[in-house]
Design a binder for this molecule. Sequence first.
Ligand SMILES: Cc1cc2nc3c(=O)[nH]c(=O)nc-3n(C[C@H](O)[C@H](O)[C@H](O)COP(=O)(O)OP(=O)(O)OC[C@H]3O[C@@H](n4cnc5c(N)ncnc54)[C@H](O)[C@@H]3O)c2cc1C
Ligand code: FES
Length: 260
Amino acid sequence: MARECVAPGHWRMRLHAPDIARAAIPGQFCMVEVSETLYPFLRRPMCFSEIHDDGVSILYKVEGEGTALLAQRVPGQKCSLQGPLGNGFPVDGSFERHIIVSGGIGVATFPALAQALVGACQRPPEVVLAARTRELLLCEDLFKGLGCTVYLATDDGSAGQKAYAAGMLERLNPGEATRVYACGPMIMMRTTAAVARRAGANCLVSLEAQMACGDGACLGCVVESIEEYEGEKMVRVCVDGPVFDAAIIDWEAHNPAYDL
Ligand SMILES: Cc1cc2nc3c(=O)[nH]c(=O)nc-3n(C[C@H](O)[C@H](O)[C@H](O)COP(=O)(O)OP(=O)(O)OC[C@H]3O[C@@H](n4cnc5c(N)ncnc54)[C@H](O)[C@@H]3O)c2cc1C
Ligand code: FES
């Protein structure tokens, strides 16, 4: 295990895990053991930020107790991963335009996807990189290195446009031949999905939820959907997702206060 601090409270960890790297696809995740003791007992879900020949990288934000302990692990230490889990992003080169929209640490899932899209599509994806402030804009050089056009947006205007992620997407005029990929806070994904829907674009979202088991058994990660799955209007983020077509999520149930 090797690691670096990429912004205040944000870490990139590279793990040697050839078996997981061979099986993983962009958008999938793993359950990470955050401490060498039995406390905290539950693993934490983290997506694969990059997939290398011999392992994977994880990009994470210290959120609570588990991720704070993870940040204390030192290079060379072992770290147990369970994965790959979940469904991952479909990579479909038949769309004319691919626009990645990331908010905050939601960016973590996108470097691996951008790399896959570059390999499969006629033109590299465009990337809207949005965060609260300049120092929290992550991976800009990585996306540019892949040939992506990167649009920066910050809530406070300290870098790029003073705008929210969905507003930046609207300025890029997505159309019916566009596929949008979004990951970030729930309200950001909801507003991004609304912009894509109005434009007639296809939109995929990578959802986050608290997870205990990661394999569909505990129902701790359910999210309301508008379609019935096995008799319930619920989907499990861990096994039915984390990537979903935005059109099947019941956004109203998550942010009812927002009128779009
Ligand atoms: C698919 C997926 C991918 C993710 N990828 C990333 C990533 O790449 N980078 C990143 O920074 N973050 C990612 N996250 C978010 C990350 O998992 C959380 O920030 C992290 O779990 C917080 O853990 P913590 O102990 O620091 O925080 P805390 O809030 O202290 O603890 C949260 C954890 O407590 C447990 N928990 C709490 N309540 C319940 C409950 N009711 N039922 C079951 N378990 C409970 C769960 O294990 C939960 O993960 C991802 C989340 C998902 C779902
Ligand atoms: S985390 Fe247990 S069902 Fe999804």
